[in-house]
Design a protein around this ligand. Structure first.
Ligand code: KIV
Length: 271
């Protein structure tokens, strides 16, 4: 299906219509201006300024260390590059779990200081109060269920979630609670494909899957993984479209060779 570039800006309303007519939603993460410009030009519906920036941009082992100020900096850069895509920003760990007022203040800072179009936060029924308060202030909220990396130390592993009946039931209850709270979409991360299908079919709002099977209403990947910038990270759900790690390494090796060999700059590359 071709990308409709007539649309000036993707909105939550358009994402809802896409679910209704069965058009899949395309989403990738972005953390800087250059990448956002390329992805926007490529026709991505949604750009997620994910707290995975903590891993792929800053080199941390988990998403926990990234701060609200750092997320706002990434979001500002992405917003400047996004003409058509809807930009969603993760509320980082520690910026919303305290209480709903803290959550609202963090969401307001993101919207006011970056110009993004919505926020995302992890969790189910336990964050419903915060979600309602943020939405009441007019800020669109995307939920996130299944593997929730901000709780990694509670679970201890990044393995597939909700394989057992009890966890699957909790996820289904959480998904309905998020929809009723007013979320415009929900990310489902690393859950069985059949559960991804069941949840997607039971909701009116779109689901965006990452390792949650083909029946979600859209798909998201971390862009650095998708273009092969992250070395040695190959989970089953990842389709790698490029090998930029090797491509950039080869380019850098050629540059080193040219500089050392006095081949760069040549006569045409000087004033
Ligand atoms: O931070 C992130 O990149 C995410 C995606 C994995 C959905 O939340």
């Amino acid at each position: 299906m071709s990308v409709n570039k007539e649309v000036k800006r993707i909105t939550t309303h358009i994402l809802q219509e896409m679910k209704l007519r069965g058009e899949k939603i395309s989403m990738l993460t972005a953390y800087d201006f250059s990448m956002a410009t390329i992805l926007d030009d490529a026709g991505l519906d949604v750009l997620l300024v994910g707290d995975s920036a903590s891993n792929v941009m800053a080199g941390h082992e988990t998403t926990l260390p990234i701060t609200l100020d750092q997320m706002i900096y990434h979001a500002q850069s992405v917003v400047r590059g996004a003409g058509r895509s809807f930009v969603v920003v993760d509320l980082p760990f520690g910026s919303y779990q305290g209480n709903s007022k803290e959550a609202l203040n963090s969401a307001i800072r993101i919207m006011k200081e970056s110009g993004a179009h919505g926020v995302k936060l992890e969790g189910g029924t336990e964050v419903v109060d915060s979600i309602q308060r943020i939405i009441t202030a007019g800020i669109p909220v995307m939920g996130h269920l299944g593997l929730t990396p901000q709780s990694i130390y509670k679970f201890g592993t990044y393995t597939v979630r909700a394989k057992g009946e009890e966890e699957a039931e909790k996820l289904k209850t959480d998904a309905i609670a998020l929809e009723q709270a007013g979320c415009f979409a929900i990310v489902l991360e690393k859950i069985p494909a059949l559960l991804g299908k069941e949840v997607s079919q039971s909701l009116h709002i779109p689901t965006i899957g990452i390792g949650a099977g083909p029946d979600c209403d859209g798909q998201v990947l971390v862009v650095n993984d998708m273009v092969g910038l992250t070395k040695g990270f190959k989970p089953r759900f990842l389709r790698q479209y490029l090998n930029l790690y090797e491509g950039i390494k080869e380019a850098a090796q050629s540059y080193v060779k040219d500089v050392k060999g006095n081949d760069f700059p040549n006569e045409k590359e000087q004033y």
